[in-house]
Design a protein around this ligand. Structure first.
Ligand SMILES: Nc1ncnc2c1ncn2[C@@H]1O[C@H](COP(=O)(O)OP(=O)(O)OP(=O)(O)O)[C@@H](O)[C@H]1O
Ligand SMILES: [Mg+2]
Length: 258
C-alpha cells in the first residue's frame, strides 16, 4: 500500500494562497494513524486554513492533498472538526446532550437512525469525556472547560479517524487546559484517532504530543518538539533571529509573536 493510502494526512509540495497571496508553500508531510500533533504558529500563519484544506473547504493552489488516501471532500465522516470560532450564542439554550448529538447529524446515524441507539451513543461519549454530571444542563450555563469537553464529545461521537481541534484551549485557564489536553491524550490512545490540535502555547502539550507542526512566514517545519522548537529551526523558519529559552521545564520563544 502506498504511503498516501495509509495515512490520515499526506501532503506533497502543497501551496495554499488566496488571490495570488501565498499563505503556505512547499508543505510536505504525513501524519500517522493515532498521532497527536500540535499545530503552532503566529496569527495568520495558515493554521486554520490548513485544517480547511483537509476538510475540502479550501483548495490547494499546487501540490497533492490526501486524507486517508482520498482527495479532501466536504462532510468527510472520517474527520471530526471543532472550529476555532463557535457561534455558541445560538446554542445557548440547547441541552448539553443535544449539542453532542449534533455530531451525528449529517452522518450515517442521521435521520432514520433509531433514537434508542442515538441516545446510547450520546450517553457513552458523554461518559467518556467525563461530562455526565451536566448532560442535561443548558450549554449557556456551562463553563468554558465544560463546553470544550462537550465539543470533544460532539466531534468524537461519529467515530472519526482524524480529529481537527482549532484552538480548543483558547480562553481556558491552565488547569482547564491541562484537563482537556489530558483527555485528548487518553482518547487518542483508546480510540486510536489521529489528532491535530492548534494552539499558541506548546508547554502544556509537551508531555502528550508526538510531533509539532510549526507554520510561520509562509513555510512549515514538522518534527519532535526538541528539534522544531529550537533557535536554529525557528530562526530559519521566520528568517529572523529567534531564541528559545528553557526554564522550569517550559520553552519560551523570544523575538517573535507565537
Ligand atoms: N477565504 C479566504 N480568502 C482570502 N484570504 C483568506 C481566506 N481565508 C484565510 N485567509 C487569509 O489567510 C491567512 C491565514 O489565515 P488563517 O485563518 O489560516 O490563520 P491562522 O494561522 O489560523 O491564524 P490565527 O492564529 O489568528 O487563528 C490570513 O492572512 C487570512 O486573512
Ligand atoms: Mg486560526
Amino acid at each position: 500500500m502506498s504511503l498516501e493510502a495509509e495515512n490520515p494526512v499526506f501532503l506533497r509540495e502543497v501551496r495554499i494562497g488566496f488571490a495570488g497571496r501565498v499563505i503556505q508553500e512547499e508543505m510536505t508531510f504525513a501524519i500517522e494513524n493515532g498521532e497527536f500533533i500540535a499545530v503552532l504558529g503566529p496569527n495568520g500563519a495558515g493554521k486554520t486554513t490548513l485544517l480547511k484544506l483537509l476538510l475540502g473547504l479550501v483548495r490547494p493552489e499546487a501540490g497533492e492533498v490526501w486524507v486517508f488516501g482520498r482527495k479532501p471532500r466536504r462532510g468527510n465522516p472520517a474527520i471530526g472538526y471543532a472550529p476555532q470560532f463557535r457561534t455558541l450564542d445560538t446554542n445557548f439554550g440547547v441541552r448539553a446532550r443535544d449539542l453532542v448529538g449534533f455530531g451525528l447529524d449529517g452522518h450515517r446515524f442521521g435521520p432514520g437512525f433509531p433514537s434508542r441507539k442515538r441516545r446510547e451513543l450520546i450517553d457513552r461519549v458523554i461518559e467518556e469525556v467525563g461530562a455526565a454530571g451536566y448532560a442535561e444542563a443548558p450549554v449557556g450555563e456551562l463553563s468554558g472547560g465544560e463546553r470544550q469537553k462537550l465539543s470533544l464529545a460532539q466531534v468524537l461521537i461519529s467515530n472519526p479517524g482524524l480529529v481537527l481541534l482549532d484552538e480548543p484551549l483558547a480562553n481556558l485557564d491552565m488547569a482547564a487546559a491541562r484537563e482537556i489536553i489530558g483527555l485528548v491524550g487518553r482518547l487518542r490512545v483508546s480510540r486510536r484517532v489521529a489528532v491535530m490540535l492548534v494552539t499558541h502555547d506548546i508547554n502544556p502539550l509537551l508531555p502528550h504530543i508526538d510531533r509539532v507542526l510549526y507554520l510561520a512566514n509562509g513555510r512549515s517545519a514538522i518534527g519532535a518538539p526538541q528539534s522544531v522548537i529550537t533557535r536554529e529551526t525557528l530562526s530559519s523558519l521566520y528568517n529572523h533571529p529567534v531564541d528559545v529559552v528553557e526554564a522550569m521545564g517550559k520553552k519560551f520563544v523570544l523575538g517573535v509573536e507565537t
